[in-house]
Design a protein around this ligand. Structure first.
Ligand SMILES: Cc1cc2nc3c(=O)[nH]c(=O)nc-3n(C[C@H](O)[C@H](O)[C@H](O)COP(=O)(O)O)c2cc1C
Ligand SMILES: C=C(O[C@@H]1CC(C(=O)O)=C[C@@H](OP(=O)(O)O)[C@H]1O)C(=O)O
Length: 388
């Protein structure tokens, strides 16, 4: 399974194409739109989300709610394009007199300067329109299709905010609880401890008032994966590498870890390895899950636990010094309308990145032509594992 997205942040639409999803998979548009709505939510978002009301249109590869086996084509319209028609027209020639919304003072931490240097753009808007995380709306729609395949195989994912940076340089943690799913759906911050929400809102307010921004960490848990997805045999076949690449490709994600993460480096092996157990009903399991469900580049049947670190939003309303690329004068960086933090949307974008990577691994390992055949193969494989 492969996918591609196209489209600029203020262009007419986002377009997505997915190949390699088997025929015969039921697709529910409502749940794709629910995922899109979650991505638009969260405290600390900028004004753009008041304009957009993301809804997917399926325009290829699905008939009467069931996949056909061909490329699946998806569209999400950018409502904000109405305000940008002349500036972002894909066809009409630019009016050289109209310098409105041109960008010449690159923002540190965004793609502006290096993207301009690499692609030869003097108007850095040509960079930021595509480097914008607006693209993650389509990634979520694609991931929501993947989650439907995974759910039909008994594999369920949830993403949530684990911590948010604080304006004083500290960190506000949210608490892990067992009823992750219910709690995640219960509040807009997708955090698990309601008492923490007001502290997090206050930290985000502080940052906004100071013209500053915040990052944080998000966690994704996937339950129901059979052991042995991925492989130890070659570097590109290792599932941990595939998931890390998918998660790191999300805008502003700067770190990824599995299970207990970087902490394992400081602990003795006896407290990090997960002891092997066996019973007739479940076959092999692990007594703990420090390694986050991965051994040797393969799932081991325990929940997959992925944590990702997001840097603060690069656009600062109190901008850092920059350089005007035309005059070379020291100038404050350009200020674009922006989020103060996007940690809540990041929790669903990272969840969907993991869903895409898992779907790719499953489609590579089992029949990817017909979903009923894939499902039967996965069920037979689960039984083989139980009897091993
Ligand atoms: C959901 C989401 C929303 C974002 N919103 C903004 C934003 O409003 N302003 C901004 O400057 N960066 C925003 N970012 C981050 C930038 O897109 C990102 O930092 C930039 O593309 C540079 O890529 P890098 O941080 O991966 O190096 C957002 C990221 C995500 C995941
Ligand atoms: C549009 C989205 O996020 C955008 C991501 C983004 C960036 O630089 O990454 C900058 C902002 O764009 P705008 O200037 O149009 O408000 C965000 O709103 C979205 O998430 O739907």
């Amino acid at each position: 399974m492969e996918f591609m997205t196209a489209g600029e942040s203020h262009g007419p639409q986002l377009t997505g194409v997915i190949t390699g999803i088997p025929a015969g998979l039921a697709i529910d548009v409502t749940s794709i739109n629910d995922a899109l709505a979650k991505r638009q939510g969260g405290y600390g978002r900028g004004a753009r989300q008041k304009i957009e009301h993301d809804q997917v249109q399926i325009v290829g590869g699905v008939r009467h709610g069931v996949t056909l086996g061909g490329p699946i084509a998806l569209v999400i319209v950018n409502r904000d394009h109405d305000h940008w028609q002349a500036i972002m027209d894909p066809v009409a020639k630019a009016n050289p007199e109209n310098t409105l919304r041109q960008v010449q003072r690159p923002r540190a931490g965004h793609a502006d300067l290096v993207g301009g240097q690499k692609y030869g753009h003097r108007d850095l808007r040509n960079v930021l329109e595509r480097s914008s995380a607006r693209e993650t709306a389509m990634k979520v729609a694609i991931g929501a299709v993947c989650e439907q395949l995974l759910a039909a195989l008994g594999i369920h994912l949830v993403g949530y905010v684990q911590s948010v940076g604080a304006h004083d340089g500290g960190r506000i943690e949210t608490d892990d609880v067992t009823a992750i799913k219910a709690a995640v759906n219960a509040n807009d911050l997708r955090v698990l401890d309601a008492n923490r929400v007001s502290a997090i809102h206050a930290a985000i307010d502080d940052a906004r008032h100071a013209g500053d921004t915040l990052g944080g960490t998000v966690r994704v848990v996937a339950n129901g994966l059979p052991a042995g997805i991925g492989s130890y045999t070659t570097a590109p076949a290792k599932l941990d590498g595939q998931i890390a690449a998918a998660v790191m490709s999300v805008n502003a994600i700067k770190g990824v870890a599995f299970g207990d993460g970087f902490a394992v480096a400081d602990r003795p092996g006896s407290t990090v390895m997960d002891a092997i157990t066996w019973d007739a009903d479940h076959g092999y399991q692990r007594a703990s899950n420090h390694l986050g469900g991965l051994e040797g580049g393969m799932t081991n049947g325990m929940p997959l636990v992925v944590t990702a670190a997001m840097k603060p939003i690069p656009t600062l309303y109190h901008p850092l010094p920059s350089v005007n690329i035309e005059t070379k004068a020291v100038s404050l960086a350009n200020v674009e309308r922006s989020d103060t933090t996007a940690i809540v949307p990041a929790s669903i974008v990272v969840e969907m990145a993991v869903a895409i990577a898992l779907t790719q691994a499953l489609c590579a390992q089992f029949d990817d032509s017909n979903f009923a055949r894939m499902k039967a193969q996965v069920a037979a494989y689960r039984e083989e594992l139980r009897r091993f």
